[in-house]
Design a protein around this ligand. Sequence first.
Ligand code: SF4
Ligand code: FES
Length: 229
Amino acid sequence: MSIKLMMDGKEISVDEDATLLEAARENGIDIPTICFHEATTPNALCRICVVEVEGQRVLQPACIVKAANQMKVQTRSERVVRARKTILEMLASTMDLSDAPEVLTMMDEYGADASRFPDAHRRESQVKDDNPMYVRDYSKCLLCWRCVQVCADDAQYTYAINFDGRGYETQIGTFFERTIPETTCVLCGQCVGVCPTGALKVKREYLLEQGMTPDQISVLSMGRKKRKA
Ligand code: SF4
Ligand code: FES
């Protein structure tokens, strides 16, 4: 069954099961997303997709809130734009966004000031290079949870990684900070594929960025294969 609602002053008609994000996208209305991914269960962690729904006290995350008949929604009101700008400024103040081009584009679009919260607690982490397939740099992690979800029930059912720590110290990690080869990880690469910020990166790409040549990388991986044999 389809329902009718108003979005940005335009009447639209969508399936009754649609979320506000689906309703917007089906009707050519752009709502930005960061933690949302088509292949994972939406968890509404980043809040960049918030919209203003008439009659609701707080802004609503469009990626999980269902559209309803006669709803009136503003996707770009002043309040919405201010909230998104602040979210982007907080992200930029607490993590390294240098490998997150989509988020950087949003920052430009919303005029977000990366230096607005100079005293914010910044996530620092050493690059973890402990397996042949990918490296992990959690100073670039925005805790979107996509990697954990594809490693678990959304795809691989491997459960090698999860949230670790609390508060400011929260990060993605392995059980007791074991190295990846010591976990159940099967090196499927799905976590790397869904990471929006370069926190998870294919090792070859990382080594090229570090200045190694393709030949040097081949020698390195041949040495590793020999050691395994
Ligand atoms: S490592 Fe990447 S995919 Fe995983 S939570 Fe961090 S930003 Fe998201
Ligand atoms: S995209 Fe909706 S909360 Fe992150």
